[in-house]
Write a protein that binds this ligand. Structure first.
Ligand code: UT7
Length: 323
């Protein structure tokens, strides 16, 4: 028998306000046509002025609890992946813990920018496999609208706000690839690439700052590194692209998603794509896509799912799980 961290519930939340590409047209020199053709994005959600990351995360967490048929105190550990926490401290996770009504266990944030959810899933898996937690809630939640420079056309049109949540539970498997749950993880980072994707401010530099990106450079790394990390996770299991039922990628750019799927030999009808509706929601994009993929009937129990993401750091990685 092998312990596995198996998905028990999933949910998401998107702020009410939907912002179409046309909203940007009279603010900066851009067009709906350029945004769609270069990124695949058609619209995104922006949080209301009084809505924070922990608000979005709490809504997503409650949706995941409802889908699992669990209450907050059934959860032993809560991880929130975010780069846009409400406050410098306490962590978004402890705020969400309280708002969910979770009175026991422990909660903490993980910051690996757009790869945050993949990193958080790997840590949740480690907590379950080491016996430190039986049930872990993993939330990806962001309000990137707060760090966008709305005068910068190269970045402002790409990002959105939202949250998604998964609940993982310890279960016994046979130790084969047929087991449900997380089967393999691969995490990487290289701080040498700090300057191609960063926020030019922070607590220690005494400003909030704005997101800055050399899009073409990040694009080049994404196309190369996402396929590599997915291959490495699959290799650990002796699997190939042919075995994948669904790729659920980080949703940054449709052209990156398409090119990675091609490198893995997976047709686009086996890829969950939400970038057109959500834009790039950083650490929230994968759990949002998982939740939408389940709600739409694409992903079902027993499917082999590969998630992969890259973001600021650079930090990148992948997780293979059987739903
Ligand atoms: O989530 C973290 C990971 N992030 C990513 O994966 C993002 C990776 N990068 C990308 O998705 C793409 O590089 C972008 C969508 C950001 C840009 O697409 P691109 O095909 O690499 O375009 P580009 O940056 O090379 O720009 C092409 C042209 C430039 O004009 P010139 O120099 O050719 O005259 C830009 O100034 O498009 C111009 N441009 C725009 N035009 C209209 C840049 N932004 C805009 C805009 N509207 N919003």
């Amino acid at each position: 028998m092998t312990t596995r961290a198996v998905v028990k519930g999933v949910g998401h939340y998107l702020p009410e306000r939907v912002v179409p590409n046309s909203w940007f047209e009279d603010k900066i020199d851009t067009s709906d046509e350029w945004i769609r053709s270069r990124s695949g994005i058609e619209r995104r959600h922006f949080a209301a002025d009084d809505e924070t990351t922990s608000d979005l995360a709490t809504q997503a967490g409650n949706a995941a609890l409802a889908s699992a048929g669990l209450t907050a105190d059934d959860v032993d550990a809560l991880i929130v992946a975010t780069s846009t926490a409400d406050l410098t401290f306490p962590s978004a996770a402890t705020m969400v813990q309280h708002r969910l009504g979770m009175t026991r266990g422990f909660a903490f944030d993980i910051q690996a920018v757009c790869a945050g959810f993949v990193f958080a899933l790997a840590q949740a898996n480690a907590l379950v496999l080491s016996g430190q937690a039986k049930r872990v809630m993993v939330i990806g939640a962001e309000t990137f609208s707060r760090i966008i420079d709305f005068k910068d056309r190269a970045t402002s049109v790409l990002f959105g706000d939202g949250a998604g949540a998964l609940i993982l539970e310890a279960d016994e498997g046979d130790g084969t690839n047929a087991d449900r749950g997380i089967l393999a993880t691969d995490l990487n980072s290289d701080g040498a690439y700090r300057d191609i994707l960063y926020v030019d401010g922070g607590v220690s530099t005494q400003s909030t700052g704005h997101l800055r990106m050399q899009g073409k450079e990040v694009f080049r790394h994404a196309v190369e590194k996402l396929a590599e990390t997915a291959h490495r996770s699959l290799e650990q299991l002796g699997l190939t692209g042919d075995d994948i039922d669904w790729i659920v990628p980080h949703q940054a750019n449709l052209r990156i998603i398409t090119s990675t799927a091609k490198k893995l030999g997976v047709d686009m009808d086996r890829v969950v794509v939400t970038v057109q509706d959500h834009g790039n929601t950083s650490a929230a994009s994968i759990p949002l896509a998982l939740s939408v993929g389940v709600a739409s009937g694409q992903i079902s129990e027993g499917d082999l799912v590969v998630t992969e993401a890259i973001g600021g750091g650079l930090a990148w990685g992948s997780v293979v799980l059987r739903w």
